[in-house]
Design a protein around this ligand. Structure first.
Ligand SMILES: Cc1ncc(COP(=O)(O)O)c(C=O)c1O
Length: 394
């Protein structure tokens, strides 16, 4: 007895890539370099280990779903600093929840907000295409129809909400937005965010802003929905943002992030989370608190990515539609046929990259098909080696 919806989940991109490269090998004597997965590999701050050890006694306790008051305060202070919020704009005790990495929370949110029907019809969940796979899985498992909005070079790599028909907006329950975007690195500006918040309120849907790359940027810090809502002189009704330590602090294994949103929405989400159980252990909350209070390691992290983008720019400028993204840590290269390029880069250069098709919806019109995504996550020298080898093939 299995939920039929499971059969609608596509194979995860990494499985599809393994199938594509099955039986193929890098040239002999060439050490393989994996850049297909967005797993940060910079060193994480050592104080994390110290805090986990110091707090070890509390592995013996069940963590509360809303986390600790001091964790929520650290997050509230970070949000106020990061988005220049006036005092009292946010109430962390009512608007912030810890999450065990944003992935589980992005998924669970759909279960909390997608109703059985909307405007008498099957609810829609709007998803940028290409997209982080969890958005579509969440929509499907919540019983909604995933509606993909193409994000192409022509549309500035952001979904065009003006192009969404009114009938679709009327039955939209949830919209996922990713800024900085995975894979393209695009940053939505404040006007774009404000307009989308307005739409969420007018059409009564929830805006889920995936901002897990918000701290990995090239020049200026990306705006966020917290800031957009504050600028509207309103609380965060209909809006929820997802923030993670995985990319910011290079601790994907810690499984720690938070959500911040309208107090009502956060209350409903907290109620669901009592059942789904996405709690954060107390020692992890203590380490996370210290990480959100420290910016030195984050600036070092950003500088390392900038140095790697410098290298990529030197070696790839003018090739495969290279551009330097304003945010995130991916190259998004237009190679004509992403699957063919991924196979060649593996067999001729020993570099593993992700075909854009696996990050897009199915079908010949999928906007990712012509691209490859390259995660600049290895150390500087390894990245330089990889980009050099890629330049030779491309
Ligand atoms: C766009 C996007 N959202 C969310 C996540 C999930 O990150 P985490 O669960 O580590 O916070 C990722 C991870 O790669 C991602 O690329």
């Amino acid at each position: 007895m299995i939920n039929d919806r499971l059969a609608l989940l596509r194979d995860y991109p990494f499985r599809r890539l393994s199938a594509l490269l099955n039986g193929l090998a890098p040239p002999s004597g060439v050490p393989p370099i994996v850049m297909s997965i967005g797993e940060p590999r910079h060193a994480y701050p050592r104080f994390v280990t110290e805090i986990l050890t110091r707090e070890a006694e509390s592995w013996g306790k069940y963590p509360p779903t809303p986390g600790t008051a001091s964790f929520r305060a650290a997050v509230g202070d970070w949000l106020a600093r990061r988005y220049r919020l006036a005092d009292g704009v946010l109430d962390p005790d009512r608007q912030v929840l810890p999450v065990a990495g944003t992935r589980e929370a992005l998924f669970a949110l759909a279960l909390a907000v997608v109703p059985p029907d909307k405007a008498g019809r099957r609810p829609a969940v709007l998803i940028p295409d290409p997209f982080y796979q969890v958005y579509s899985g969440a929509a499907v498992m919540a019983g909604a129809e995933p509606v993909y909005l193409p994000t192409t070079a022509e549309s500035g790599f952001l979904p065009d909400f003006d192009a969404v028909p009114e009938q679709v907006l009327a039955r939209t329950a949830l919209v996922y937005l990713c800024s900085p975007a995975n894979p393209q690195g695009t940053i939505a500006d404040l006007d774009y965010l404000r307009a989308l918040v307005g739409r969420a309120r007018d059409h009564d849907f929830v805006l889920a802003a995936d901002e897990c790359y918000s701290e990995i940027y090239d020049r200026s810090p990306p705006p966020g929905v917290v800031e957009a809502c504050a600028g509207l002189g309103d609380d965060m009704a209909h809006v929820i943002a997802f923030h993670s330590l995985s990319k910011r602090s290079s601790v994907p294994g810690l499984r720690s992030g938070f959500v911040v949103g309208g107090a009502d929405l956060i209350g409903h989400f907290a109620r669901l989370r009592m059942y789904t159980g996405g709690v954060t252990p107390l020692p992890v909350l203590a380490a996370a608190e210290a990480l959100w209070r420290d910016e030195i390691h984050v600036e070092e992290n950003r500088n390392l990515y900038r140095a790697k983008f410098d290298i990529a720019e030197q070696m790839l400028a003018g090739r495969a539609g290279f551009y330097r993204p304003p945010g995130g840590f991916y190259l998004w290269l237009d190679v004509g046929d992403g699957e063919a390029a991924a196979r060649r880069l593996w067999t001729e250069a020993g570099v593993k990259v992700m075909p854009g098709a696996y990050l897009s919806r199915e079908g010949a019109a999928a906007p990712g098909r012509a691209y490859i995504r390259v995660a600049l996550v290895p150390d500087r020298d390894t990245t330089a080696d990889a980009v050099d080898r890629m330049a030779a093939v491309l």
